[in-house]
Design a protein around this ligand. Structure first.
Ligand code: 0WE
Length: 256
């Protein structure tokens, strides 16, 4: 099947082979999309270079710190030069200072709050605004969220507030961009063992809890995020916008 034949996409958020962004990029590519990638900082350059080389040596790979407007402008200028247009954008980027994900939310400082919301939520708005002029034939913008946006997940803290802002931004962007046939959705994923999740105290315990409580009695597979992301990016989802789609083995429906 080739859901995304001829479509051009850009992927923000690949750090290594375990990244959700990488799982989704592989699925999009498998469905026929041509992809460009960004990476955050020199530290991740080699990693992402090596991973994306499977798509050919001419794969467009650009540095981008999503908190810098100059970086975002440069990325979309280069994308415009190379492809002339854009169909798909994946936002799989989040950060809060480690200290803010330990202890009490009550203690969240102004700077940690600002950074978390800037990197994890405002960046979707900035990327959507820069991408829209290239999405001349309509488009699909996809963000990644988590249940901590709507219910208290101990220690998720300011990231929960940032994901709530991301989900609300998804709706307002969907409203603004709908007339241009640009759809904006997010996937709320159950826990996945990524670099961002590793080092989080009790993450292993959380995976066990999901397995026990989710209706499907298991954790999700990264390729299942890829499959849902491919659907949302495809013309089959042409009437879906502003939504949060749960890919969580049903965990979100449970009341107890
Ligand atoms: O969105 C996330 C994690 C995002 C994240 C992770 C880190 C770790 C390293 C953002 N910023 C940082 N900053 C760091 O310094 N998830 C959905 C995974 C996650 O993170 C949690 C979770 C889950 C699930 C944190 C506490 C509790 C649960």
């Amino acid at each position: 099947m080739s859901l995304l034949n001829g479509k051009i996409g850009i992927v923000f958020g690949v750090a290594n082979k375990r990244s959700i962004a990488w799982a989704i990029a592989q699925a999009w590519a498998q469905q026929g999309a041509r992809l460009a990638f960004t990476y955050q900082g020199e530290r991740l350059k080699e990693n992402v270079e090596e991973l994306t080389s499977v798509f050919g040596a001419d794969t467009l790979l650009l540095p981008c710190d999503v908190t810098r407007d100059e970086d975002i402008d440069r990325v979309f200028a280069e994308l415009g030069q190379r492809f002339g247009r854009l169909d798909l954008l994946l936002h799989s980027v989040a950060f809060a200072p480690k200290a803010a994900l330990e202890g009490e939310f009550l203690q969240t400082g102004r700077e940690a709050f600002r950074v978390a919301l800037d990197v994890s939520a405002y960046s979707l708005v900035a990327l959507a605004r820069a991408a829209a002029p290239l999405m001349t034939g309509g488009g699909s913008i996809l963000g990644m969220s988590y249940y901590g946006a709507e219910k208290v997940v101990p220690h998720y803290n300011v990231m929960g507030v940032a994901k709530a802002a991301l989900e609300a931004s998804t709706r307002y962007l969907a409203y603004d961009l709908g007339p241009r046939k640009i759809r904006v959705n997010c996937i709320s994923a159950g826990p996945v063992n990524t670099l961002a999740a590793r080092g989080i105290a009790g993450f292993g315990e959380m995976l066990k809890q999901y397995e026990a409580r989710a209706p499907l009695k298991r954790n999700l597979l990264p390729e299942e995020l890829g499959a849902t992301a491919s659907f949302l990016a495809s013309d089959g989802a042409a009437a879906i916008t502003g939504q949060v789609i749960y890919v969580d083995c049903g965990y979100q429906i449970m009341g107890m």
